[in-house]
Design a protein around this ligand. Structure first.
Ligand code: PEP
Ligand code: MN
Length: 365
């Protein structure tokens, strides 16, 4: 996809030291007491600067708790006044935007299920025209970076410059320990294309389970993400949504205290050492590509030879031999089996492509 510019203004990312911005609060606003209790408790954690709670909940099945609606916005307003925290809630329809603005909600987020639908995102963008409010755009449920960028563009074109992206993982049908696979390469590519766009990780919806939240949060810090959005409820077992992944404010505090924020650059000594390790990597990469090119030359020669002798390109026995030998050799060298397998498959695919080209187009020069 072609890379287009987003007009990004300053997002009110409040960092505490090296620690990225932390947004915390329950999945859903359930009652005034539940919201106020959670807000008071998370406000006592120094790293937390924004309070979250959903008042309209997009549920997979009808009949589940769908949020308290507009009255929850009044509770969020009380949170603002009682704690000084900024408040953020989810909007999925134009009337949600209007109601949230009427109740002076500080920030809005657009959920993963809404971001999959460009019509819905456009309706929200239209409702946001002329409004100056920070908006967080979650990644779509499907691992589709263009769809995520498209939603950011639509909101941005409506004049919203205080924009941030939220990485909440991607739904995959395959079994995985995570509720939503992190697929870190996708947010990393987003950051590569839009380095000025703040990127916030939502380890709660990635994990789906309180066990993994700390490790996912640490990984987000290791990848230089700008913030964390973590669900916190005073009695997770009684929560009306996302029971498995909400953590108490006490656990949240311990978790945040246990994280190691990373710096982007270090001392001169560190820089020198890093530079020398990087030049070794550069040298090895050059050698590796040189060897790969030599290998592909040999593949061409084999392709021509097979063509002249009317022999099939794909030879199952040979492929099996390559896989078993290279896997064993690579593992003896300390490389991971899955990595080796993917690498061999990609090399083999290119070898087949080259030989096919020879078969169809005559000699390759
Ligand atoms: C949420 O944050 O509670 C939520 C519904 O998130 P998502 O859109 O990422 O599923
Ligand atoms: Mn949730």
């Amino acid at each position: 996809m072609d890379e287009r510019l987003l007009q990004i203004g300053t997002f009110p990312v409040e960092k505490s030291g090296n620690m990225p911005m932390v947004i915390a609060g329950p999945c859903s606003a359930e009652s005034e007491k539940q919201v106020m209790d959670a807000a008071q408790a998370v406000a006592a954690i120094p790293q937390v600067s924004v309070f979250r709670a959903g008042v309209w909940k997009p549920r997979t099945r009808p009949g589940d708790f769908e949020g308290v609606g507009e009255k929850g916005l009044q509770w969020l307003n009380q949170v603002k006044h009682a704690t000084g925290l900024s408040v953020v809630t989810e909007v999925a329809q134009p009337d949600h935007v209007e109601k949230a603005l009427n109740h002076n909600i500080d920030m809005l987020w657009i959920g993963a299920r809404t971001v999959v639908n460009p019509f819905s995102v456009q309706e929200l963008a239209d409702a946001l025209k002329g409004v100056d409010i920070p908006v967080l755009v979650k990644n779509p449920v499907t691992p589709d970076l263009s769809l995520w960028i498209g939603a950011l563009e639509r909101i941005n074109k409506a004049g919203i410059h205080q924009l941030a992206a939220v990485h909440r993982g991607f739904y995959l049908f395959e079994r995985s320990p995570f509720r939503n696979a992190p697929m870190w390469e996708i947010p990393i590519e987003l950051k590569r294309q839009y380095p000025e766009l703040p990127l916030i990780c939502d380890p709660s919806h990635i994990s789906g389970n309180r066990e993994y939240i700390r490790d996912v949060s640490q990984k987000a810090l290791d990848l230089a993400m700008d913030g964390l959005m973590i669900e916190s409820h005073c009695n997770p077992a009684d929560a009306l949504t996302d029971i498995e992944q909400q953590i108490t404010p006490d656990i949240l505090k311990q978790l945040l205290d246990s994280l190691n924020p990373r710096k982007e650059t270090g001392s001169q000594d560190f820089q020198n050492k890093l530079q020398s390790l990087r030049s070794e990597i550069d040298k090895l990469d050059t050698e590796m590509l040189d060897i790969l090119a030599k290998r592909m030359h040999l593949v061409n020669e084999i392709g021509e030879y097979k063509k002249d002798n009317s022999i099939t390109i794909f030879q199952l026995k040979r492929w099996n031999e390559i896989v078993s030998h290279r896997l064993q050799f690579g593992r003896e060298k300390g490389l991971e089996k899955d990595f080796l397998h993917s690498l061999l498959k990609i090399i083999h695919k290119e070898s087949i492509r080259l030989q096919n080209e020879i078969l169809n187009n005559g000699k390759r020069k």
